[in-house]
Each structure stands twice: as structure tokens, then as C-alpha cells.
Write a protein that binds this ligand. Structure first.
Ligand code: BTN
Length: 274
């Protein structure tokens, strides 16, 4: 039997990432609510969850379908580390959430930079935005040591297709996976949240040891070694995704040489380039 989430139950998990919890029946977007709370001074570890989002947002301003049954959540993080490391949060979070999925029996793979897929279908999206209004964290990337600013906050949004049928998400079934469809049963959302928070905390705690995080990212990814097409800033690049650099940028081997990509939307191609 799956327990309904309650703010008290979430708080009683004792996670440092859920010291303050807001649980809503419906919100436009947990991301917007968490940002509002952060601007009003919300502490690190403020968690906003909503059963339904009426205006859920994905990367690149896309709509994120968020009907009942999913786990739609945003966390206010006030990282103790330097702003230069903020760009690591998105990939670090993807490793934590991927591990949580493996723990519940779902063999999720990470598509660069942080989509979680099962057999090529997206099961979870992650959106990390910094305190600069709606700026994706990756866009703020600077070389470590180049900038000693402290970061005000990061809003880490996680959209997990949990107790839903792919058809509930109003996108083609071949593109989405859900926990229900993968496991053939629903999961307890409180247990799922607990696993995610525990794994996220472990990964965020070692963000300064990014080599170790990236080794796990490599072990869990489904991008490296593939031909990909990347769209960024109005240009399209094609090549083979060969590796990550030490800051998690994708190294794309193109006909004109190797390019380092800090952001962009990738599409995995078959070997014949289609
Ligand atoms: C992506 O495009 O892959 C990122 C999707 C992020 C969706 C989550 S759901 C909770 C939070 N609230 C939002 O409006 N978006 C994020």
C-alpha cells in the first residue's frame, strides 16, 4: 500500500535537505515557489513538493507535465562551497537520483548532462537554477579558482514520473518511462523521497571531490561513446561524445576537432548518423 505524503512525514525523515517542508495539493511550479521562498530568506534544506503542478517547467523553458502520481519537488540549496562549483550540482544530482532509482530496482542511465532514462525513455528530469533569475546553473560555469564569489542559492528541481502511466503525461509513450510502468506497481512516495534525499545528500557532500562524482556519472551514463547531435546557441554540432572534462563538460569529437560543451541539448544518433 502506498502512503500519501504529508509534510510531517517528510520532515520526520530527518534529512538535512528537508528541514523545512511545504507540501501543496497544487501549485503552478515548485520551482517558482522555492525561488520565492529563497528570495524571502528560506534556509538550505527547504523542500517544496506538490501533488500536481499546473505550470511545471523543464529545461530550455519547456513545459513539464505534472499530473497527480508524480514526485514533483524543488529544493532550496545554499551551498557552503564556492560559486565556481555550482555548475557541478546538476551532474552531482543526476548521480544521486540515478543511484536512488537503481536502489528501487530501476536501471536508469544518465544522458548528458542530467536526464535520467530507462531504455532511452525519460523517467526523471532535473533542473538546477542559480540565484540569478532563472539562470540555468550551467550557464554560470566558471573555472574553479577564477571566481571566489559565494553562491546565494540554487533551486534544484526534480520531476520524477512515479505512480503514473506514460499516457498520463501527454507525450508520445516511446519518449517517457514511469516507475509504475517499469516496476509494474506503484511505489510509496515517502520511501522514494527518502531514498532520493539520502542519495542526493551523499553526492552533494562530496561535490568538492568531483572526480569521484564524475567516475560514477561515467559508470551510469548512456551518452559517452555515441554519435550525438547537439544544439546550442542556434548552432548544431555533430560528433562522437568521447568523455567529460574534469568539470563535467562533454568532449565532443567533431570533424573539425574536439569541442568542450558546457551546455546544450543532445540527441543521440545511430551509427549511420540518423
Ligand atoms: C527537464 O527539462 O528535464 C527538467 C525538468 C524539471 C521538472 C521539475 S518538476 C519539479 C520542478 N518544478 C518545475 O516546474 N520544474 C521542476
Amino acid at each position: 500500500m502506498t502512503e500519501a505524503l504529508s509534510a510531517e512525514a517528510v520532515k520526520s525523515l530527518g534529512s538535512p535537505l528537508a528541514c523545512v517542508v511545504e507540501l501543496h495539493d497544487a501549485l503552478r511550479s515548485t520551482q517558482e515557489r522555492a525561488r520565492e521562498l529563497a528570495h524571502a530568506g528560506a534556509r538550505h534544506g527547504t523542500l517544496v513538493v506538490s501533488r500536481v503542478q499546473t505550470g511545471g517547467r523543464g529545461r530550455l523553458g519547456r513545459r513539464w507535465g505534472s499530473p497527480e502520481g508524480g514526485l514533483w519537488m524543488s529544493l532550496v540549496l545554499r551551498p557552503a562551497f564556492d560559486a565556481a562549483l555550482a555548475a557541478r550540482i546538476t551532474q552531482t544530482a543526476s548521480v544521486g537520483v540515478a543511484k536512488a532509482l537503481w536502489e528501487i530496482g530501476i536501471e536508469a542511465r544518465i544522458k548528458w548532462p542530467n536526464d535520467l532514462l530507462v531504455d532511452g525513455k525519460k523517467i526523471c528530469g532535473i533542473l538546477a537554477e542559480s540565484s540569478a533569475e532563472s539562470a540555468p546553473v550551467a550557464a554560470k560555469r566558471v573555472a574553479p579558482g577564477e571566481n571566489v564569489r559565494r553562491l546565494d542559492f540554487v533551486i534544484l528541481g526534480i520531476g520524477m514520473n512515479a505512480n503514473l502511466d506514460p499516457a498520463d503525461l501527454a507525450v508520445p509513450d516511446r519518449e517517457v518511462a514511469t516507475i509504475r510502468a517499469e516496476l509494474g506497481r506503484d511505489v510509496d512516495l515517502l520511501e522514494l523521497l527518502k531514498t532520493i534525499l539520502t542519495d542526493l545528500e551523499t553526492e552533494l557532500d562530496r561535490i568538492e571531490d568531483f572526480d569521484a562524482v564524475l567516475d560514477d556519472w561515467r559508470a551510469l551514463n548512456c551518452t559517452l561513446g555515441n554519435r550525438v547531435r547537439v544544439r546550442r546557441f542556434g548552432e548544431t554540432l555533430e560528433g562522437v561524445a568521447v568523455d567529460l572534462n574534469p568539470e563535467g563538460a562533454l568532449l565532443l569529437k567533431t570533424r573539425d576537432g574536439t569541442v568542450e560543451l558546457y551546455e546544450g541539448e543532445i540527441e543521440q544518433l545511430r551509427q549511420d548518423g540518423t
